[in-house]
Design a protein around this ligand. Structure first.
Ligand code: XIL
Length: 455
């Protein structure tokens, strides 16, 4: 037990803390040959609760027209903690006539979700498909302006209510070309995607901005590599992209492949979050559903999984029976596999991807040296380990960056300054390596060792 619940940020000092410290120390010793600590099993009984215990969400596409179906909403409200409007935020729905915006159906879904504590993924601001006819017939600079105006208006309307936007959807060609899809939007100029992202950032600075696509699951595919190269380029040039959505519509023509995890982790290593955004699997094989969830849980920056509908009868590919509930709303074997995978989920094993802003080692002060190393990272928090040399009775001062908070420590006796951001850790006979967990609260800056003093 090296963890505490997410909301509890007080430092541990009481007897229970000492028990935890002993257990944590044992875990740390057991893990000395491995780079990371083992994961913790959860006991959630719904997809959303179990995902939340792992710091993730579990979402579904929702159709406004089905919110009056009691069987549907019972499952929705019980199982899911994230919602994506299936069609209601698309361009044809939100701007059916140029300059006339229509948000009713989207708002119905947003209100249903938010009033029940579910988060909302916005889908989608710019796409070659499901354009209203006025946009389909546009081109050139008029289309460019209309597209940017659409992005601005819709993102502004829902500002603060949408956790992540699929800013641009499906902009790459299938097959081996690795080229951009030849659409009316692409023909306005190759920079249309970054222009859309900039407009979205200006309109809703608090939302994560995603690029979303399908057939980008297989790491070796040209389309996957092409999107990867675009994201890498965007990150290097400061284009405001925060996440990549993998639709993950798996079927016999486009099957799940075991390098999916490599795909997720490779994108994450670029410094973006990754999300499984539209999951459905032909025939809903339990093992494949389990693999997808395990792959997401294995990647620290995989925020969550959204399935593209609740019951098979709700699916856009209903004849493939690709979802977690049958048409009467009963749980399928795939549901049990997903829930088990969420509850047994392993600890993420990829290291922090945000470049550290301070050097890992701080020069000695007094007569000892303290070296800080990164350890496990989860979706919301990370562990650090400090190795002291040159003294057996030592005092090490460590600072975290607000709004970070230390939530747990082991192998030392901590005290705190009034801000709660500066921890003074004293040796307590547990050796010369201590550790602590920092709740990131959105900031992934590495903690800084300020001093090491021998006493
Ligand atoms: C689908 C919807 O599920 C259908 O109801 C609609 O008729 C067509 O679009 N990729 C996407 C989704 O990004 O928006 C699509 O949703 C499925 C493929």
């Amino acid at each position: 037990m090296t963890e505490r619940c997410q909301g509890d940020t007080r430092p541990r000092t009481g007897p229970r803390a000492r028990t935890a410290i002993v257990l944590a120390a044992a875990a740390l010793l057991a893990a000395t040959s491995a780079a990371f600590l083992p994961g913790t099993a959860s006991a959630g009984t719904t997809l959303g609760a179990s995902a939340a215990e792992k710091g993730r969400y579990f979402g579904t596409a929702v159709a406004a027209s089905r919110l009056s179906d009691g069987n549907y909403t019972t499952i929705l409200n019980r199982e899911f903690n994230s919602v994506t409007p299936e069609n209601e935020m698309k361009i044809d729905a939100t701007e059916p006539q140029q300059g006339r915006f229509s948000y009713g159906a989207a708002e119905q879904i947003v209100n249903h979700a938010r009033s029940r504590g579910m988060s909302v993924r916005g889908h989608t601001l710019a796409w070659h498909s499901q354009q209203p006819s006025w946009m389909e017939s546009m081109s050139g600079s008029a289309l460019r302006s209309a597209m940017l105006n659409h992005v601005t208006q819709v993102a502004t309307h829902f500002r603060g209510q949408v956790v992540a936007w699929d800013v641009v959807n499906e902009a790459f060609e299938d097959g081996t070309s690795g080229a951009r899809r030849n659409s009316n939007l692409q023909r306005t100029g190759n920079d249309w995607i970054e222009a859309a992202f900039r407009a979205a950032r200006a309109a809703d600075p608090g939302a994560k901005l995603c690029y979303n696509d399908y057939n980008t699951d297989n790491w070796t595919h040209a389309k996957t590599q092409a999107v990867y190269n675009m994201v890498r380029d965007f990150k290097s040039r400061g284009v405001p992209i925060d996440c990549v959505g993998f639709q993950s519509h798996f079927n016999n023509d486009s099957p799940y492949v075991s390098n999916y995890r490599t795909t997720l982790s490779s994108f994450a290593a670029l410094g973006v979050d990754v999300q499984v955004t539209e999951l459905d699997i032909q025939g809903a094989p339990a093992a494949t559903y389990r693999s997808v969830v395990e792959d997401c849980l294995a990647v620290a920056r995989c925020n969550g999984v959204t399935v593209w509908g609740i019951r098979d009868s709700d699916s856009w590919r209903a004849s493939q029976t690709p979802l977690l509930f049958n048409s009467s709303g009963q749980k399928k074997a795939a549901y049990d596999a997903v829930l088990a995978a969420l509850n047994n989920g392993t600890t993420p094993t990829d290291p922090p991807t945000t470049p550290p802003t301070t050097p890992p080692t701080t020069p000695p002060s007094g007569s000892c040296t303290a070296t800080l190393q990164d350890s496990t990272r989860w979706g919301d928090r990370f562990n650090s380990q400090v190795t002291v040399s040159g003294a057996s009775n030592w005092t090490v001062v460590v600072a975290v960056t607000p709004p970070q908070k230390v939530s747990n420590t082991w192998n030392g006796s901590p005290t705190w300054d009034s801000s709660g951001n500066v921890m003074t850790m004293r040796s307590n006979g547990s050796g010369n390596v201590f550790g602590f967990t920092t709740m990131a609260n959105g900031t992934w800056t590495r903690p800084v060792v300020r001093s090491c003093t021998a006493s």
